[in-house]
Design a protein around this ligand. Sequence first.
Ligand code: TEU
Length: 532
Amino acid sequence: GSETLWWQSGTVYQVYPRSFQDTDGDGVGDLRGITERLDYLAWLGVDAVWISPFYRSPMADFGYDVADYCAVDPLFGTLEDFDTLIAEAHRRKLRVILDFVPNHSSIAHPWFAESRASRANPKRDWYLWRDPAPDGGPPNNWLSNFGGPAWTQDPATGQYYYHAFLPEQPDLNWRNPEVRAAMHDALRFWLERGVDGFRVDVIWHLVKDEALRDNPENPDFLPHQPGINRFQQIYSCDRPEVLDVIAGMRAVLRAYGERVLIGEIYLPIERLVTYYGPDLTGADLPFNFQLIQTPWRADAVAALVEEYEAALPEGGWPNWVLGNHDQPRIAARVGEAQARVAAMLLLTLRGTPTLYYGDEIGLGHVPVPPERAQDPWERNEPGHGRDPARTPMQWDAGPHAGFTVGTPWLPQSADADRRNVDEMRDDSRSILTLYRRLLSLRRDWRALSVGGYRGLPLPPSLAEAVFAYERFSDGETLRILLNFGNTDCRVPLDGQETWTVLLSTRPGRSGEPVQGEIILAPDEGTILAPAL
Ligand code: TEU
């Protein structure tokens, strides 16, 4: 049908549970803390909260190493706390999305204990075991995404097991139907408790080449260059059979009505869009990380939006993200003033936006001294650590910014006495106010939440600095003009029509009439509506 669904018109807010709100004083956030802050999320105006993993875990990768898919880790609380969280969220019309981590379990999962016990164990084939190469080394050249080889030899049998991430995160064998069935049961466990969907971790990794062929060398590889792997990951992920696995998960969700399946996928656009699946049987929202990976220039971003819009399959719903717990903070990447333009971009593009907690208060990179480093990736490959983008939320000017009465697991920003929700919520100039206004405009204007998108051509002299587009629905058209640069820009507005500034990233411009042209200040974005 043409009716829009909640996960299409709505917005998602990502909570990293370790860093949102601590209620028991151990310096790590918990489920009760999230429940306490639901009023804030409702006030902010988001529609759904995605919570990074809180399952039972030894926390080798902070919960992305699951030891029991159907239990809450005591660090975060109890199943009862979770039931309370979901009831309280639903009472406020907030949806709850869980982070599902099916590519690998923890090494501490009982399944792996069985699997490693012997070659003949019935669960042997639940993971990827292989004999050593003739020289005794690993079975192929695949590398871990966190550095080092992706194969670890187990003394119990002399065979190697595969792990795309840490050795503590053995990959499951999704070609095995018993693994699929067990994982579907885990999904149902949470669906029965009322969750509204899942963000599926590294979904493009689930199926690997059956013959485990070597990955080819990467011609662009430079030693010590972060982010560029020595091998192209051709055979270790993004295999065609994965679409069938995703369709299987989607079918489990659909049996419960409109629950959403979001897939984490780091691939270029032409590969990304295949994850909508044949006839849209795949992920509802294959996560689109392109804004994170494109240079922050108006022409580059405009070209990206055109490319993505053109690549989407018929009926495939778009989505956009500026950051997450694995990526540099947007404010650190583009600067504080541009972060406001980025917020306007995220919340006015066509498609479901996902906000990362803390971005709404303009949180940047919080320096983490080496002795306080937490991320295992940082310990393997210094400089890759994700800690600076995972620091605790800042709520008020009290001790530890209201996050904990104990010692926070990661430091908070030096300006936490000013950069916090309490100080910013009533300040009309704050980025928090800007986020809240943008979220409220999205609810007020169908053109923004579900309307069409049309890029607007600009004179070449402006195109590097300014990105211009329209959003439209049922005869109502909004025009968005974003200045990515640091100089004034005179932007022509074709026609004699008078427009009104609905919202600007610069405080104090709302309601201003404009005609013929608009002058954008440095780092200024505006949303224009036709004057009444
Ligand atoms: O991330 C997968 C992933 O591919 C990223 O770690 C990526 O390699 C990196 O950000 C470079 O862009 C997911 C989770 O989001 C991450 O937190 C986990 O560590 C990882 O999977 C393993 O579960």
